[in-house]
Design a binder for this molecule. Structure first.
Ligand SMILES: [Zn+2]
Length: 174
């Protein structure tokens, strides 16, 4: 038979994770979604490995939950960008305060702020941004995948500018 009638285990599960190493990646998109508890946002970023003949176009995902903003900030800096400082009301305290946010906007986010799944395209400086990150393989319920262990900051003078805001060297939990 010359045509495909089914799918192998690997076609169903996707390719195995790439070896632990430092890679150049490119942001290919976000799929924002409220967290299960509804009290935070998952940006659900999708990255693609580039400049690597052996693993070109392999996908890596990062949840980017806003309650773990360290990962988001580290990623933004790795693209050479800075987070935006905006005044927002803290839902826990009801008090307005300055908070770091992802730079840029999503189409329709202003119309349906509580419905991130209806948001459209991301518009901002992170579009197609490239960056360096260390990937490791993690396993959850028998399924192996790649996760970003750390991002490499590309903002000149970042460490000296704000010593209290050091980047994480290990974002992988557990
Ligand atoms: Zn930095």
């Amino acid at each position: 038979m010359a045509y495909q009638i089914g799918a192998s285990r690997q076609q169903l599960s996707g390719p195995p994770p790439v070896p632990n190493n430092i890679y150049t990646l490119q942001l290919t998109g976000f799929r924002p979604k409220l967290s299960k508890a509804g009290d935070s946002l998952n940006y659900n970023a999708e990255f693609t490995i580039i400049n690597d003949p052996a693993f070109e176009n392999r996908k890596v995902f990062a949840p980017f939950n806003t309650k773990f903003f360290t990962a988001i900030r580290d990623f933004v800096h790795a693209t050479g960008n800075e987070c935006e400082l905006v005044k927002v009301v803290n839902p826990e305290t009801g008090v307005e305060e300055e908070q770091f946010t992802l730079p840029g906007i999503f189409e329709n986010a202003d119309k349906q702020p509580d419905n991130p799944e209806t948001w459209g395209k991301y518009l901002g400086p992170l579009n197609n941004a490239t960056f360096k990150a260390e990937l490791v393989t993690t396993e959850y319920q028998g399924k192996k995948k790649n996760e970003v262990r750390c991002y490499f900051c590309a903002l000149a003078g970042c460490a000296e500018k704000d010593p209290d805001m050091q980047h994480s060297k290990n974002l992988v939990k557990g």
